[in-house]
Design a protein around this ligand. Structure first.
Ligand SMILES: Cc1cc2nc3c(=O)[nH]c(=O)nc-3n(C[C@H](O)[C@H](O)[C@H](O)COP(=O)(O)OP(=O)(O)OC[C@H]3O[C@@H](n4cnc5c(N)ncnc54)[C@H](O)[C@@H]3O)c2cc1C
Length: 592
């Protein structure tokens, strides 16, 4: 089993030369995010991820979680790792100092979160959901709820969950059935939720569930759903814990991956809950949590890809097989061209995904600190447009990267003890939860492109073109390849805007290919930006070999990965023709 070492050089280059971290540190309120502070935080997080969290990954996969006497029991090492995480203040980096947060940029929490997920994705889900709950409550909760619940969620003493899904309500949440009856200053929540991540555990003393349910007089559909805060243990006015609420796990799912993340069927039996935000506006409130979670799931794609890459790289140096071309002796498999092709594909897809994800998250900070309404709207639209690409593309490519990780191990990749298979299994959930990638693709073409008549995408395309002009002469060939791909994305945008006017089926039919096209093009653009920065830093006297490797990453991606955009663009031309051609009953006739 390979160790995990955070890719600090790539994280720092991406923060500073892609996601505008240094610019952000000059904004009022972010003075503490100096370069020295950022380095110190990343280095300490890397140590905790390597020495404390990563060693729990394999044990978690093997042991899993059990439900005993109504409580979820997880591996002992998880509790210790969680305690160190909470005591280290790792969950509070980006939150409001009023509630005990450190007031640092959200962007800085992103590489830190990437490390937790690389170290142990199943464990990392617990902090991830808690952070989403903090954000949701901070934006939507009353002052009273915030004062009572936020400090302990921010400190990590309590954790949070997201309770949306029911057996009948998955992608379509308009049919949520859980009920909420008013009773004095609170509500009584009843119903069953499925697939609730870390719905129960004993790593923290309390769990704060955010639950979607309907009020008695609520209209049907999405406009009749409200959001409630339902604590596992009721909280007294002085902040101490009271009685156990009537909300808890009924059973656990047995899954193909993330074995050590408790995925609970949750029962709410007349449980006490408190309204968050306005009645019937629950889905809008939950969306703040879901947007955060979508970026985080995209980031999980980057994390698991990084872990799979590190493992495959180590194996490629250790595994001895036949001589490479020109050699007489057997040697490590890294000398074979096909193994290098796989490693470079893994490396560059991971680096491209990291850059897209960090860049999108940085925009959220710039929006929060914007000096004009125009700047705020621009950064918000940029982050919103990139979110489905981060979630969809980074998690789709994580399937390929973790599969290549297995492939590089040969037969041993198929054998569980190497650990390569675990990354492959763990990665498989990523295109499914937090809105399937089919739903992400629809979001990209619908809400994010058609709804604003393609304005945000046009702005991103202009930004891509502007960065091509600052390329070093040594990267001109790569810049040309990106330029061609950007033109392809622009054509796709026009095709979508025009095609949707006359064919209502077209957006849905092309959505996935559109999302993948956008992802590959964004990846090429970001790697070119990084290579440009690497050339400049090298010319200023920095002789770190990492900078040379970064330029090689860009060259490889442009030559071997970016050309995939052409295939996705070509498929768009088919519109809805062949996808929708076969009538529903003829699908069925195939097995009759
Ligand atoms: C391990 C795990 C953890 C989870 N954690 C949580 C959690 O913490 N909290 C929570 O609330 N939920 C959680 N979920 C639920 C998860 O978010 C849903 O499974 C997911 O949103 C998909 O819903 P579904 O399973 O009902 O699939 P369905 O909605 O039934 O989708 C099935 C297929 O149909 C497609 N499809 C459905 N509708 C459309 C459409 N309109 N257009 C195009 N295609 C469509 C989908 O893309 C998919 O391919 C978790 C699930 C798992 C497996």
């Amino acid at each position: 089993m390979a160790d995990y070492n955070a890719p600090l050089k790539d994280m720092k280059l991406t923060l500073n030369h892609v996601a505008r971290m240094t610019e952000l540190a000059e904004k009022p309120g972010f003075e503490d995010a100096s370069a020295d502070m950022v380095d110190a935080i990343l280095e300490e997080a890397a140590r905790v991820a390597r020495d404390v969290v990563a060693p729990t990954n394999w044990e978690g996969d093997q042991q899993g979680v059990q439900l005993k006497d109504g409580t979820v029991v997880c591996p002992e090492s998880f509790k210790d790792a969680y305690q160190q995480y909470a005591e280290g203040g790792w969950g509070s980096l980006q939150f409001d100092p009023e509630y005990g947060g450190q007031g640092l940029p959200f962007l800085l929490s992103i590489p830190v979160m990437e490390m937790w997920h690389s170290a142990n994705m199943a464990w990392g889900l617990c902090p991830m959901l808690s952070q989403g709950a903090v954000e949701c409550l901070d934006l939507n909760g009353s002052d009273e709820l915030k004062a009572k619940y936020l400090p302990k969620l921010v400190s990590g003493e309590w954790t949070g969950t997201m309770n949306l899904t029911e057996s009948n309500a998955g992608s379509d949440l308009s049919v949520v059935r859980a009920k909420a009856e008013p009773e004095g200053d609170h509500y009584r929540i009843s119903g069953e939720k499925i697939f609730i991540t870390w719905g129960d555990h004993e790593m923290a003393e309390n769990i704060i569930h955010l639950v979607l349910a309907r009020l008695p007089d609520a209209p049907a559909g999405v406009r009749g759903i409200s959001l409630f805060l339902v604590p596992k243990f009721l909280v007294n006015d002085d902040g101490s814990l009271g009685e156990r609420n009537t909300a808890g796990p009924l059973s656990l799912e047995h899954k193909m991956g993330i074995h050590a993340s408790a995925t609970c069927v949750m029962g709410f039996d007349n449980a006490i809950g408190y309204l968050v935000g306005e009645p019937n506006r629950g889905l809008a409130c939950m969306f703040t949590m879901m947007n955060n979670a979508r970026l985080s799931v995209g980031l999980q794609g980057v994390s698991i890809s990084e872990r799979a890459y590190q493992q495959a790289l180590q194996y490629a140096f250790e595994r001895i097989q036949g001589p490479a071309v020109g050699a007489r002796e057997a040697g490590p498999i890294i000398r074979h061209a096909d193994v290098r092709r796989m490693l470079m594909t893994m490396k560059t897809l991971t680096e491209a995904g990291r850059a897209i994800a960090y860049d999108a998250c940085g925009s959220l900070d710039f929006a929060a600190k914007a000096e004009s309404d125009e700047e705020k709207a621009r950064e918000q639209a940029r982050a919103a447009l990139l979110t489905p690409i981060v979630k969809g593309w980074c998690t789709e490519v994580a399937q390929e990267v973790t599969s290549l990780g297995v492939q590089i191990h040969g037969g041993m990749g198929f054998i569980e003890e190497t650990g390569a298979a675990q990354h492959y299994r763990d990665a498989r959930i990523l295109p499914i939860y937090e809105g399937t990638n089919g739903i992400q693709a629809l979001d990209l073409v619908g809400r994010k492109t058609l709804m604003d008549k393609g304005e945000a995408l046009a702005a991103l395309i202009s930004e891509m073109r502007a960065s091509l002009t600052s390329c070093d002469a040594s990267l001109m060939a790569q810049a040309k390849q990106v330029e061609e791909a950007v033109a392809g994305l622009e054509t796709a945008r026009e095709l979508l805007l025009k095609g949707a006017e006359g064919d209502a089926l077209l957006p849905g039919a092309i959505a996935y290919n559109f999302m993948m096209l956008a992802g590959y093009v964004c990846g090429g653009w970001q790697l070119l930006r990084q290579a440009t920065a690497a050339v400049r830093l090298a010319s200023e006297g920095d002789d770190d070999p990492y900078l040379k490797a970064k330029q090689e990453s860009a060259r490889f991606y442009m030559a071997q990965v970016l050309p995939r955009w052409k295939g996705f663009a070509e498929m768009l031309n088919d519109g809805s023709q062949t996808i929708m051609a076969l009538p529903e009953e003829q699908f069925a006739s195939a097995w009759q």
